[in-house]
Design a binder for this molecule. Structure first.
Ligand SMILES: *Cc1c(COP(=O)(O)O)cnc(C)c1O
Length: 356
């Protein structure tokens, strides 16, 4: 028998989430964000379920080309553009659009002699201070781009730093973007998942949801289920050992968990070498036999321990859900002091995937 750990991808959930987000986008077009191998889900596994999207946004040129090879004809944008001038002809031959965020990229584009002009996404810094030109330079940059033979069209793009934080919100960044781009007659793309869900005024022409497509909430204080999102990934395994402890027995490395009474525990085939967060503490939710219980002790490389007191029927071979429809990935991430994005992207290469 194989090791029972398995990551399952649920196409019906992806299709549902896409439709839900589209319905909440005020008619804006949508780039489905599939960077980082579709947030760890596998580009080839998720693309068919997201085929109704208006466009694709990714980071890696190879995955953009892969989408073309798979037969997708929608617009594609590289969210950070090209990393060297020699990638521009590849973009042209595959009709891949590019963000332009730096003077270097502008120069490469000005100097390029392309078979086909590119859709350009002018990245403006409206306050996140990560990438992009000062928003106030938009009119001059737009004129410069529109005069280049290598440029077919320009869309203005910015990214919000705190769309998921109610107090901070997007008001200051949106106001700066709007003021700097007033009167420019080109499409705009502003909204990530959080802005799409909470700020209709930022929907613009193209929304760019990522994490919500995969069924995770972009908000710390709101569950994915309460938004109507369905998890696109389940990480499942089985109990490979069951034992009885007496009061005073310790569990796992560091003996960080000590039983305060007689109890039954199980060992699950899943550890940090599979991408399960090592920092998940005692109490992190996990489901055994469909019953919610808790992780106990330290996560090992290949195993973790669970409390079986709430699950008297559990035996070796009982099913375990590390995250999925019974245990939200957001709850595991919160317990481990991180966010779902990191867990999704970190499922290890040794974990087999299946598409349900
Ligand atoms: C990753 C990314 C997104 C998607 O963000 P989510 O929070 O996952 O919805 C949108 N825009 C840009 C520029 C990104 O890099």
């Amino acid at each position: 028998m194989n090791r029972p750990l398995l990551a399952r991808i649920h196409p019906a959930a992806l299709t549902h989430n896409l439709a839900l987000l589209k319905a909440r986008s005020s008619g804006a077009m949508m780039f489905a964000v599939v960077k980082a191998n579709a947030y760890g889900h596998g580009l080839e596994r998720v693309a068919p379920a997201l085929a109704a999207t208006d466009g694709w946004a990714t980071l890696e040129l190879a995955s953009a080309i892969r989408l073309r090879e798979m037969g997708y004809t929608q617009p594609i944008v590289l969210l950070e553009g090209v990393f060297s001038a020699d990638e521009l002809p590849l973009c042209a031959s595959h009709a891949i659009g590019c963000a332009v965020h730096s003077p270097e990229q502008l120069r490469w584009l000005a100097d390029a002699d392309l078979a086909r002009p590119l859709a350009i996404f002018l990245k403006l810094n409206s306050g996140m201070n990560r990438l992009g030109f000062a928003a106030e330079d938009a009119p001059a940059l737009l004129a410069r781009l529109q005069a280049m033979p290598s440029v077919a069209s320009v869309t203005l793009m910015t990214h919000f730093a705190t769309a998921d934080e109610p107090e901070a919100g997007i008001a200051a960044q949106l106001a700066r973007f709007r003021a700097a781009t007033a009167g420019l007659d080109v499409p705009v793309s502003l909204a990530n998942s959080a802005a799409l869900l909470d700020y209709p005024e930022a929907h613009g022409d193209w929304v760019r949801p990522g994490v919500a497509l995969y069924g995770s909430s972009p908000f710390a204080d709101r569950s994915a289920a309460s938004i109507g999102l369905q998890p696109a990934m389940s990480l499942t395994s089985e109990l490979i050992s069951v034992r009885e402890l007496v009061a005073g027995d310790a569990v796992g490395y560091g003996a960080t968990f000590v039983a305060d009474r007689a109890m039954r525990i199980g060992t699950v085939a899943c550890g940090y070498a599979d991408g399960y967060p090592r920092h998940a503490p005692t109490g992190t939710p996990v489901a055994v036999n469909g019953v919610l219980t808790r992780l106990i002790g330290r996560v090992s490389m290949d195993m973790l321990a669970v409390d079986l007191d709430p699950v008297p029927a559990a035996v070796v071979g009982s099913p375990v859900e590390l995250w999925g429809s019974q245990v939200s990935i957001d709850a595991v991430a919160t317990a481990a002091g991180t966010i779902s994005y990191e867990l999704m992207c970190a499922v290890a290469p040794r974990v087999p995937f299946t598409v349900d």
